[in-house]
Design a protein around this ligand. Structure first.
Ligand SMILES: *Cc1c(COP(=O)(O)O)cnc(C)c1O
Length: 237
């Protein structure tokens, strides 16, 4: 077994039914194929050009996740094929995704990014903004996007207690959105009101903190370096 396959096996034994997204940014196509041979079909990328190139070269049954910060003017390049956009952090971006999805005659699944970390450099909506979005009907006009849940990144710190606190807060928000919807009795309704807002996926946890994230209720983890090894360069987006 290759070391990539071994690493995947090892992560999988620790995450139950959660979805593993192998974060392949900066890694070559041969490394992705090794993970593919080991059964992985979900891959995460941060940079649009790299994502487009890899999509072209690699097997068509791969589900490509855009996990990095996405600029509105680049949405058009990934709209034809992207499986899930994790980092939706503004209504303006959502509007553009909706527009490009319509052009491609499809509905694009998205996660709203929650800003929970202490760093100001992180992107995302604050928890109270997300509650407001789920309550309002302001997104009804977006018929070509489907919000499927939340994504977050914990603080970049060694302080486990801090990260755990953040993860639990996002999990609580995730459950709150779910029950709000259930209360309104809209789980099974058509695409009206906030039926296009679902709380299915909680994308939380990376190489350094995925076990903690799973413990805190994550059902989708994004793991890169633990599978493919350290990254030693950062291409331009
Ligand atoms: C790079 C990246 C990851 C993976 O990071 P690792 O620490 O290598 O597992 C996960 N999520 C996002 C948003 C990233 O940018």
């Amino acid at each position: 077994m290759s070391s990539i396959a071994k690493n995947i096996e090892s992560v999988k034994t620790k995450i139950g039914n959660a979805t593993l997204i192998a974060v392949s940014k900066t890694k070559p196509v041969v490394a992705i194929l090794e993970a593919y041979e080991a059964g992985v079909r979900d891959f995460g990328e941060n940079y649009v050009q790299e994502l487009v190139d890899k999509h072209k070269e690699l097997p068509k049954d791969i589900r490509w996740h855009m996990i990095g910060h996405l600029q509105s003017n680049k949405v058009k390049f990934i709209a034809p094929f992207v499986h899930l956009i994790h980092g939706v952090d503004s209504i303006k971006l959502l509007e553009e995704i909706n527009k490009q999805a319509a052009k491609n005659n499809r509905v694009i699944d998205c996660l709203l990014q929650v800003h929970i970390a202490q760093e100001e450099t992180k992107f995302g909506f604050f928890p109270n903004e997300i509650v407001d979005i789920f309550r309002s009907e302001s997104l009804d006009k977006f018929q070509n996007v489907w919000i499927k849940g939340l994504m977050t990144m914990g603080s970049n710190t060694e302080n486990i207690i801090q990260i755990e606190k953040e993860f639990l807060e996002v999990k609580e928000l995730f459950e709150k959105l779910r029950s709000q919807k259930a209360e309104a009795g809209m789980e099974n309704s058509g695409r009206s009101n906030f039926s296009l807002l679902q709380s299915d996926f909680l994308s939380m946890g990376m190489s350094g903190d995925f076990e903690l994230a799973i413990k805190c209720g994550s059902n989708m983890i994004r793991v890169g370096s633990l599978i493919f090894g350290e990254r030693n360069y950062k291409p331009k987006s």
